[in-house]
Design a protein. Structure first.
Length: 109
């Protein structure tokens, strides 16, 4: 539930509006529908038994068709809590930070 609420807070929506020229769509917020990966971190997502199920709550849900949530991203876990450190490292050594993250992030199947 926490993942679903967090993603809803950060994801935009599409709204059907009516203009003098007819119906149109208005995007509010960020369109995350085409992102390539959702990366989870934190105790329950690292040590939990149902990590994939928890992260899958971030995905597009047909019951909320106006949500711009991701459709088919890779689901990954920061099992070593390296994301914040890699953000700092990336300021001076972006290639090294990216290489480490690609090696250490766990892809959930």
């Amino acid at each position: 539930l926490a993942v679903k609420i967090a993603v809803k807070r950060h994801t935009g929506t599409i709204e059907n509006i009516y203009t003098p020229f007819g119906a149109a769509y208005l995007q509010k917020g960020k369109d995350l529908s085409d992102i390539q990966a959702v990366i989870g971190t934190g105790g329950p997502l690292i040590y939990g038994m149902r990590r994939r199920d928890a992260l899958a709550q971030a995905l597009y849900d047909e019951t909320e068709p106006t949500s711009l949530r991701p459709y088919r991203p890779a689901l990954m876990v920061d099992r070593l809590y390296i994301m914040s450190a890699m953000g700092l490292l990336a300021e001076r050594h972006p290639t090294t930070a990216l290489r480490i993250m690609k090696k250490e992030l766990e892809v959930l199947k």
